[in-house]
Structures are given as structure tokens and as C-alpha cells.
Design a protein around this ligand. Structure first.
Ligand code: PMP
Length: 384
């Protein structure tokens, strides 16, 4: 079986597994305990936090360990809104955010907050003119994803950060898909809050962080003990944190550049094979090399997502329909809907292929073979 669904999750790196195994066997102490066992665990937390902070040019004390990007997003949105509602009740976001942004915002709308969902073009990118028109004195929070998980588009994060330098609104970005692939500098980019998950970068699941910069103040979302500098209660999972930090330490700037280039080459390779076989397809998004190149979303006209996905699975290739799949029926993608309109045939005829560290050119060739075979078979049947 070939795994091409790395935007959903990634396998743990062998070094991460070794690190976590060692950790499990040695340091079981509670990081808050003052005895030797506690101090050992606390040291691992400190060392790990430093690695995480350095990865985005932040200070260790501005890194709050969470159970993943979902919790980081919920914390950033709910706590900012509730803490700052006296300053305004307006929030700006995009139409193509992850559900862990959209569902909390819906809850806030039900409480009386006003949310602007910026539209995107057919490349999956917002228009800064729309952003400028939406920003007003009532805006307390801007949350715009760094890059999109279904089509790989990259948002103009630097331009938004710059626009908010002298504005009261706090700037949050969900960097779950961009982290470990693109360079992120929270200071240079004027980012106030940033969410990340470890399992997208070959680390363990249910662990991530929320960066909250020096100007951010709000109470802990999870209330209880005084862990994480009183910003996130609950006994620290030192094993998970050590694995997360190990995964981050494996990703040097050179590794990021190599991955971006290799994933971009995979796209060219796959397209060349499809073209040579006269397969009709279109890219959902753009082929901008500065995008999140691990995500490749393709439309195969006249071929249903469901048929492609199930046949590829039978042939041993794991890809995604690009949206949640419930009991065999595909939920239409809100991302493709925002890009092409709800009447577009692309919505039910597209698949997301996502590359990872382990993906090879040989796998892409075998995948192209399977795709071509399956599409030709479906077409022959349709014409019979
Ligand atoms: N944001 C984005 C853009 C994502 O792709 C994901 C994972 N699909 C999340 C947030 C949520 O991450 P987690 O499930 O690890 O909390």
C-alpha cells in the first residue's frame, strides 16, 4: 500500500519513535513535581519548548503546549473573543478555514459576534482589497490560515500582519499545514497567535502548540492546575512533547527547501504522465511553487470522487476526497465550493493527493499508472 494522504496525517519518524520509547522508559515523573523525577521531566519540557520556540523565532515562554491544532484554534478564538468583547465584536476570517476555526466562529456568531468570511478566488487565495474593506474599528480578531489543507494555497500572511501593526485586532494564523514546510517567523511576519499540530510533521498525534505573543492576554481555555505558566491546565505529556520536539528538530531549513522542491517535482511528474495518457484533468488551485507543495488537488472531469477514491484504495493507493466522508456519501467540500461556486462539477469530481517525507518518484509513477488505468476503465464503462 502506498500512502499519499499526508495532509491528513503522517507516519511517525523512526527517530521520533526512538525518542518517545526512551522517554517512556526513563522519565515518567510529573513535570510539576519538585523532586528529582519531576525535575527530570521538567528539564525535558524546557528543552523541547526551546526547540519549538526557535522553529518560529519565538520566545519559549510564548509557546503553550496543547492537544493539537484543534485546541489551539479553539483557545485562540474563544478566549480572544470573550476577553476583548468590550473593544469590539467583529472577527475576520476566510471562507476556506479548517472546521476547527469555522465551528468555534459559528458558536461566537450565535453569541452575537459578527464574522466576515472573506471569499477566495479560483486559486484559493483572498483578495487584500476585500480584507481592507472588512477591517474596521470594531475588529478585535483576524484569523487567516497560513496555507490551505485541501488545495495547498498560501495566504498573504506578511501583508496582513503588516496591515495590523497599528490596529487593535490580534492576528491569529492556523499554520497546521504550512509548519515544517514553509519558513515561519512570527516576529518578522507580525503574527500574534499561531496554531500547529505535531502529527502533520511526522510527530505524534494529540499534541501541538499555540504561540501567543507578548501582547496577548487571556485566561486559560482549559482550567485547572497551574501547568504551562497557568495558561493550559493538565499534567504535561512529556513523552508526546519530547516526540514533537524531536520531529521539529529533524526539519532544518534545508529539509524544508528539499521537500518543497521534491513535492513540486512530483506534481510535474504526475501531470506529465496524465498528459501523455490523454487524461482530461485540471488543477484545483495554482501551480505557484510557493504554495504548500505537498497538497495536490486535481479535477477529473466526469469521474466521481467516490469512484476514484474507492478504486484507488482497492489498487493500494491512499488518497483523500479532500473533505470529510460520512458513511459512503461525500460531503461537498466548502473549499472547492468557495473557489468555484456550489454548482461546479469539480466539487464531486476531485481528489486530493498529498505527499510526505517518505514519498518517492517510483511511487508517483505507480500511482500515475493506477490513476490512468482506473480512469480509462470508468470511461469505457460509461460509454458502453
Ligand atoms: N487546521 C488545519 C489546516 C488542519 O489541516 C488540521 C488537521 N486536519 C487541523 C487544523 C486540526 O489539527 P488536529 O486534528 O491535529 O487538531
Amino acid at each position: 500500500h502506498v500512502y499519499l494522504d499526508n495532509a491528513a496525517t503522517t507516519p511517525m519518524a523512526p527517530e521520533v519513535i526512538t525518542e518517545m520509547t526512551t522517554q517512556m522508559q526513563n522519565d515518567f515523573g510529573n513535570a510539576s513535581s519538585t523532586h528529582w523525577f519531576g525535575r527530570q521531566a521538567h528539564t525535558v519540557m524546557d528543552q523541547s519548548r526551546l526547540i519549538l520556540a526557535n522553529s518560529i523565532n519565538a520566545k519559549p515562554n510564548d509557546i503553550i503546549i496543547t492537544s493539537g491544532a484543534t485546541e489551539s484554534n479553539n483557545t485562540a478564538l474563544m478566549q480572544t473573543a470573550h476577553t476583548r468583547q468590550n473593544l469590539g465584536k467583529h472577527i475576520i476570517t476566510t471562507a476556506i478555514e479548517h472546521p476547527s476555526i469555522l465551528r468555534p466562529l459559528e458558536a461566537l456568531e450565535a453569541e452575537g459576534f459578527r464574522v466576515t468570511y472573506l471569499p477566495v478566488n479560483d486559486q484559493g487565495v483572498i483578495d487584500l482589497a476585500d480584507f481592507d474593506a472588512a477591517l474596521d474599528d470594531d475588529t478585535i480578531l483576524v484569523t487567516i490560515m497560513f496555507g490551505n489543507n485541501e488545495v495547498g494555497s498560501r495566504m498573504p500572511i506578511e501583508a496582513i500582519g503588516e496591515r495590523l501593526i497599528n490596529h487593535q485586532a490580534w492576528f491569529h494564523t492556523d499554520a497546521t499545514q504550512a509548519y515544517g514546510l514553509l519558513d515561519i517567523d512570527v516576529q518578522a511576519m507580525h503574527i500574534d497567535m499561531l496554531s500547529v499540530s505535531a502529527h502533520k510533521i511526522n510527530g505524534p498525534k494529540q499534541i501541538g502548540f499555540l504561540y501567543r505573543g507578548p501582547k496577548i492576554y487571556f485566561p486559560s481555555f482549559i482550567r485547572g492546575g497551574e501547568q504551562e505558566m497557568k495558561r493550559r491546565a493538565g499534567t504535561e505529556s512529556v513523552v508526546q512533547v519530547a516526540g514533537f520536539a524531536k520531529a521539529v528538530s529533524l526539519i532544518t531549513p534545508e529539509v524544508k527547501a528539499e521537500r518543497q522542491a521534491r513535492y513540486f517535482a512530483f506534481k510535474q511528474q504526475l501531470m506529465a504522465r496524465l498528459n501523455a495518457a490523454d487524461i482530461e484533468f485540471a488543477v484545483n488551485g495554482s501551480l505557484n511553487p510557493d504554495n504548500l507543495n505537498h497538497v495536490f488537488n486535481l479535477w477529473f472531469k466526469g469521474i466521481s470522487t467516490y469512484a476514484l477514491q474507492t478504486n484507488l484504495d482497492l489498487a493500494g493507493f491512499a488518497i483523500s476526497g479532500g473533505s470529510a466522508c460520512t458513511a459512503g456519501s461525500l460531503e461537498p467540500s466548502h473549499v472547492l465550493t468557495a473557489m468555484f461556486g456550489e454548482a461546479s462539477p469539480r466539487i464531486g469530481e476531485s481528489i486530493r493527493t498529498s505527499f510526505g517525507h517518505e514519498t518517492t518518484a517510483e511511487q508517483i509513477d505507480a500511482y500515475a499508472d493506477a490513476l490512468i488505468r482506473i480512469i480509462n476503465r470508468i470511461k469505457t464503462k460509461a460509454n458502453a
